[in-house]
Design a protein around this ligand. Structure first.
Ligand SMILES: Cc1cc2nc3c(=O)[nH]c(=O)nc-3n(C[C@H](O)[C@H](O)[C@H](O)COP(=O)(O)OP(=O)(O)OC[C@H]3O[C@@H](n4cnc5c(N)ncnc54)[C@H](O)[C@@H]3O)c2cc1C
Length: 403
């Protein structure tokens, strides 16, 4: 059966990439993206350049308005409140219905609320969309006392950006150091230490209550201590926006389950980006990824699958993060069984490689080491076994070992 119409629900990077790839791959049928946020925009700058004011709303758009007209991609500024299965389509928040031959769920995630008393106060800040970034920026002024709960990727980036406004930042996390699963113990430690060096107060603890005070907030911790602050931002990850899929009876397990072609348990509905979670053909449930490149890759895969084309091969996963003037990158799986080999300069770990018992690299992470990670990615994808001594030697460019 030919496909004449496709509806993409959610216009973040994943949904936009599906549309873009469908057109470049030759799809000429009807194509719409439904999203209350309008023109798709990029999220990583929300904690970096956009928050700092270096980029404006136009500067973070994934494509200008003219692109959508030129490529005949209709932007429907609305929220989908229900998936319709027979006939296939969606119901929008105003009650109107749109029907299509195929649906793509690209609804991303919602900032996870802190599960404690006061965690749902409407004055507690989160950072997931442009409005959140605008609200946060409006609070950042010299001397403002900002408590950030969660020192993972977004919490750490906001902490770093907030210093540029002269904020007094306290970063609270029950794990010390955070990010070990992403970059390994040694780099995680070094990254965490950068906060103190930059003048941020680090607290290793778990909040158990947030309350309003006359002039701000009080964050109480499980050990009985507390932090008085003006503003509180919670950055403890996301909850996938899978309610639509769940209500429609699609398989779901901390994300909408998809196969390797991003197809859900319904043969005509696909899911991509942060909301999707792959269950492989042998039944293995993969970890749901929440990274920029993953959103793009899954979008490209779904577009190919929708058109019955060969699926693109993406290789090892990749992410980056920026804080305190440094650039962090990671690829593959730093949690894989095996050992970690460090590459250090003057006693400071710059890169960490996770190597399994056979000597094959499974993961790598680096601080200010983009080229190292690019080479590590090639080593992982090609299954090259690298001599551990050479791996640890900062005098040997990794790309030499990737040949
Ligand atoms: C502040 C911030 C910084 C980040 N920094 C980095 C980074 O440095 N490196 C990195 O690798 N990754 C980073 N990420 C992660 C990366 O941006 C995400 O993985 C990516 O945006 C996921 O894309 P997505 O399209 O799946 O979801 P989203 O970008 O969340 O898009 C989902 C869209 O769906 C829409 N939607 C939801 N429900 C409905 C509905 N019912 N009807 C219609 N539309 C709906 C939403 O409005 C939203 O626009 C960052 C994320 C944030 C928030």
């Amino acid at each position: 059966m030919s496909i004449d119409s496709i509806l993409i629900i959610g216009g973040g990077l994943a949904g936009f990439t599906v549309a873009q790839n469908l057109r470049t791959r030759g799809y000429t049928g009807q194509l719409s993206i439904i999203d209350p946020e309008g023109i798709p925009y990029d999220r990583p700058p929300l904690s970096k350049g956009y928050l700092l004011g270096d980029k404006d709303a136009l500067g973070i758009e994934l494509a200008p308005a003219a692109w959508f007209a030129e490529h005949e991609v209709t932007l429907v500024s609305s929220t989908v409140r229900e998936l319709l299965i027979e006939p296939l389509g969606v119901e929008l928040s105003d009650g109107s219905q749109l029907l299509a031959d195929r649906l793509v769920l690209a609804t991303g995630g919602t900032a996870r609320p802190l599960p404690v008393d006061g965690g749902d106060l409407d004055t507690v800040l989160v950072l997931r969309n442009r409005d959140d970034a605008d609200a946060l920026r409006a609070k950042l002024r010299p001397g403002v006392r900002l408590a950030i709960i969660g020192a993972g990727l977004i919490g750490a980036e906001v902490a770093s950006s907030a210093l540029h406004f002269g904020a007094q930042v306290t970063l609270i996390d029950p794990v010390d150091p955070p990010l070990v699963p992403a970059v390994g113990e040694e780099l995680a430690k070094r990254l965490h230490e950068m906060h103190t060096q930059a003048g941020i107060t680090l607290i290793n603890g778990a909040p158990n209550r947030i309350s309003r005070t006359v002039d701000g907030h009080l964050v109480e911790l499980q050990d009985g201590s507390s932090v008085e602050c003006d503003e509180v931002l919670v950055g403890i990850g996301i909850i996938p926006n899978a309610e639509l899929a769940q209500a429609a009876g699609l398989a779901n397990e901390n994300g909408v389950l998809v196969d390797e072609s991003q197809k859900t348990s319904h043969p005509f509905i696909y899911a991509v980006g942060d909301v999707a979670r792959v269950k492989t053909s042998d039944g293995t449930l993969l970890r749901r990824a929440e990274h920029w490149e993953h959103a793009m890759n899954t979008g490209a895969t779904a577009a190919a699958a929708l058109l019955g084309q060969e699926l693109p091969v993406h290789g090892a996963s990749w992410f980056w993060s920026d804080r305190h003037g440094t650039h962090v990158e990671g690829t593959g799986d730093m949690n894989a069984p095996g050992k970690t080999i460090l590459r250090s300069i003057e006693g400071q770990p710059m890169a960490a490689f996770r190597v399994d018992d056979s000597g094959a690299m499974q993961g790598a992470a680096a601080i200010d080491g983009g080229l190292t990670i690019r080479a590590a990615r090639r080593i992982i994808d090609k299954g090259i076994v690298v001599d551990p001594e050479q791996l640890a030697d900062p005098g040997i460019p990794l790309k030499k070992l990737a040949r």
